[in-house]
Write a protein that binds this ligand. Structure first.
Ligand code: FEO
Length: 395
């Protein structure tokens, strides 16, 4: 069912309740692919949906206008969750002119081999009049792909920023104030951490550019999840904090274990830190959702990585997780290393190299035990906790 955001600007997208994996991002409730129909003397569809949901998109549009009445298809971003339905849409609405960035045009041609005749390439500052409504375009490369742009409805003060400010969340309601703002903020944090974390510098510059342009924004309507129409300064402020890696007194413990020794250390660390009133999150890698771990790392001041030594190296799940983290480029955290080994160690040094390659400071020395932690080694953990508490409290 379609929804009206404001003055004949409609949500006409699709809700995907059943997907649980978005290219590796675990999404327990699913997601939505938001598309918007703007109706004036001319009619524009902003973004499409994933290929499998083209029927939902067309049905929602048909409830408002006939497909042959649509003048423009604005493609803010070519990734297939937003453009997959474009070829099918062009079959039923061949009259539309496609409005996109230069990189968007190249991406659409490469993905779908559609005819290179009906494009209008736009960049920051370009406008499109629909009659009483004016659309303004803002190039936003790398928020999320090089082709990305935002569309802004000038008279209605509605920003359509595609992936930015989104959440991977499926819900029958469309607006954050209906769904629950706190839940939407938490999902937005998880989305930012897993999709946009490495792009923080670009995001900060884009927000500053939007502020300099002096665009008044009353509604932010992203391409995934809830639409922000109340208290929008909250999500904008959160984006600034996340992009600056603003941290809080919080420790995230991420580890794996073979014979429970590293698990014993991890639980001991978590309980001792909690005794000091520090927020602690404990994640054993093979038992937890990696996307939730990444979300918690976003605003943690200390990360503790634990691994047993296996074949003179770190445990493979720890290596995989650190490879994932390398791409996400977290900043502004100190990292402690812990674990157990039997005869020849190796895990701590392997983790240290990965953390240093990430450009993060390692808390030295690593906390290591031989085979199984004995009473004396458990007391060493108490000393280690004191070091971590001092670091957390002085950041
Ligand atoms: Fe939602 Fe970058 O696609």
């Amino acid at each position: 069912m379609f929804s009206e955001l404001k003055n004949k600007i409609y949500w006409v997208g699709a809700v995907d309740y059943n997907t649980r994996d978005f290219h590796g991002f675990e999404i327990p409730s699913g997601t939505s692919y938001n598309a918007y129909l703007i109706v004036d003397e001319k009619i524009a569809l902003v973004d499409a949906v994933k290929k499998e949901f083209c029927g939902d998109l067309l049905a929602h549009v048909r409830q408002i206008v006939a497909l042959e009445k649509i003048d423009y298809l604005i493609v803010n971003h070519v990734e297939m969750d937003h453009s997959g339905a474009v070829p099918e849409f062009l079959k039923v609405a061949p009259q539309v002119k496609i409005i996109c960035s230069q990189k968007g045009k190249e991406g659409l041609l490469k993905h779908y081999q559609i005819a290179d005749k009906n494009f209008q390439v736009v960049k920051t500052g370009d406008t499109l009049s629909l009659g009483k409504k004016t659309l303004k375009f803002i190039s936003a490369p790398m928020v999320h792909w090089p082709d990305t742009m935002f569309t802004y409805c000038l008279e209605d003060k509605v920003l359509l920023p595609n992936d930015a400010f989104g959440q991977h969340m499926a819900h029958p309601k469309r607006f954050a104030d209906e769904i629950g703002e706190d839940l939407c903020m938490e999902e937005a944090a998880k989305y930012y951490a897993n999709i946009l974390m490495p792009l923080g510098n670009i995001i900060i510059k884009k927000i500053e550019e939007l502020e300099k342009l002096g665009l008044e924004v009353e509604i932010i309507a992203p391409s995934h999840g809830a639409i922000w129409r109340k208290n929008i300064s909250r999500i904008i402020a959160a984006y600034k904090d996340w992009a600056h890696f603003k941290s809080k007194p919080k420790v995230v413990i991420v580890y794996d274990t073979m014979w429970e020794s590293t698990d014993k250390i991890a639980r001991h660390l978590a309980e001792a830190l909690a005794q000091e009133s520090i927020e602690v999150k404990l994640y054993r890698l093979r038992k937890n959702d990696g996307s939730a771990i990444v979300r918690d790392i976003l605003d943690a001041s200390v990360l503790l990585i634990g691994s047993p030594t296996l074949n003179t190296d770190m445990f493979w799940t720890v290596g995989g997780f650190l490879t994932h983290l390398r791409g996400l480029k977290p900043k502004n955290k100190k990292v402690g290393i812990f674990g157990s080994y039997g005869w020849a160690g190796g895990a701590s040094e392997a983790i240290r190299k990965e953390i240093q390659a990430l450009g993060l400071e390692v808390i030295e020395p690593a906390l290591e035990v031989v085979y199984v932690p004995c009473e004396e080694e458990l007391r060493k953990i108490e000393d280690y906790v004191k070091v971590i508490v001092r670091i957390v409290q002085t950041r």
